[in-house]
Ligand binder design. Structure first.
Ligand code: ADE
Length: 416
């Protein structure tokens, strides 16, 4: 496509191969695509996306195009765009803006380019496209019918906008659907975070002390898979209920400054800023690896790490060594950005199949009902969850029971 901006268009064949690999492993999204094609709700609609540009996302874009939409996309993280996939998307006629390693300025310029395609419908991951439309490019707001948000952090930001009366169009919180957070946040983040850490460090996890900061659905997945790999898991939390959950799941729980002294690998997954900071770095063992699995690169304080260090250098792709004044060495993975995408390929295809099938259904919901929904954060109707779950069971050839009429009546009644 003429106005796409990608690093290297000649990488397209490699990107195409990656997309081919995931396409056959995303049967739920493929079934939803066929329904959208037949129904026509997205035909002729302009859709703008800010998502992690890797193969599964590319397949989503191509499905939306097959359903008749005009699609424009930028990355939602400076390190998660895969240049070969971006080239393949541009070659396929999707308007693609971005490259891996974008500077802060380039990153927002690319998102603005998507906004300038005047999308009627948007898909956001983390809230940067929505924020841009509500700040710098308010002139483009009237053309937006509504959109969908992928992630916990994005929904958090949307709720803050809604609370302040700032949100100007409906946004469906896809993250809150059961077929999203139960699988993507837990099993997706659980697997892909360790995939990213292991492939980028080539170090063993078994026998290590892994500190997981944050015990939401993502943190639960990261902790569960760390234990499966043979680590001793320590959870740090500020929510007393979540801390009790972690204890009953069999993990140790302690304050983060205490965990700092014993951890070998730290994974932040809180959605909050300044989670690992000076007071933690001052106590950590030499050799500790620091990874982030939350949306933004604010959880591990890079300014504190830099201020404490006498030297720093990149020692492997995606691994930076910080030498502190007393000689201890700390290793920051993926620049403190989402380690599963900065140093890996993101969640497995079968997981993104569910998340992106929900996204496609949510987009149709906004296309059909956007005007009635009003400017607020909207939950995806439960029917979409049920549909995605049933499609997946069908694709796997798994059958389940259904209630008899008597059982259904029993569950509806209150008399003995
Ligand atoms: N691939 C595409 N979007 C993703 C996300 N939000 N998390 C992990 N992998 C992804």
């Amino acid at each position: 496509m003429s106005d796409s901006i990608v690093r290297d268009p000649t990488l397209a064949p490699f990107g195409r191969l990656k997309i081919d690999w995931v396409r056959d492993r995303m049967p739920v999204l493929n079934a939803v695509r066929d329904e959208l094609k037949a129904g026509g709700a997205l035909r002729g609609r302009r859709v703008g996306l800010a998502l992690h540009v890797e193969a599964k996302t590319a397949h989503l874009c191509l499905c939306l195009r097959e359903a008749g939409a005009e699609v424009a996309i930028a990355g939602c993280n400076p390190l998660s765009t895969q240049d070969d996939v971006a080239a393949a998307l541009a070659e396929a006629g999707v308007r693609m803006f971005g490259w891996r390693g974008a500077t802060g300025e380039e990153y927002f310029d690319f998102i603005e380019k998507v906004a300038e395609t005047r999308p009627e419908l948007i898909i956001d991951d983390g809230g940067d496209l929505v924020t841009l439309l509500h700040t710098k490019r308010r002139d483009l707001l009237p053309g937006v019918l509504g959109g969908t948000e992928e992630t916990t952090t994005g929904v958090h930001r949307l709720r803050a906008m809604e609370r302040d009366g700032a949100l100007e169009f409906p946004m469906v919180a896809v993250n809150n659907a059961r077929c999203k957070f139960l699988f993507d946040n837990r099993y997706g983040t659980g697997q892909s975070t360790w995939d990213g850490i292991m492939r980028t460090t080539n170090l063993v996890v078994a026998g290590k002390a892994v500190v997981v900061l944050g015990y939401g659905w993502c943190g639960k997945g990261v902790a569960m898979r760390a234990r499966g790999l043979g680590a001793r898991v320590i959870v740090c939390e500020v929510d007393p209920v979540a801390a009790n959950e972690a204890l009953m799941d069999g993990h140790d729980v302690m304050p983060s400054v205490e965990a700092a002294e014993v951890g070998d690998i730290f994974v932040t997954v809180t959605g909050c800023a300044g989670v690992l900071r000076r007071e933690h770095f001052e106590r950590m063992k030499s050799g500790a690896c620091l990874a982030n699995a939350g949306h933004f690169d604010v959880e591990i304080s890079k300014p504190d790490l830099a201020a404490l260090s006498v030297s720093r250098r990149v020692v492997r792709p995606n691994v930076e060594e910080f030498v502190l004044a007393d000689g201890r060495k700390l290793y920051l993975l993926g620049e403190g950005r989402l380690v599963n995408l900065a140093a890996g390929d993101g969640h497995p295809a079968e997981i993104m199949d569910l998340s992106f099938a929900l996204q496609a259904l949510a987009l149709r919901y906004v296309a059909e009902h956007g005007r009635e929904l009003g400017p607020r954060v909207v939950e995806l109707p439960a029917a979409a969850d049920e549909k995605v779950a049933r499609l997946r069971l069908r694709a796997l050839g798994v059958e389940i029971d259904s209630l008899s009429p008597e059982q259904a009546r029993y569950l509806e009644s209150w008399q003995v």
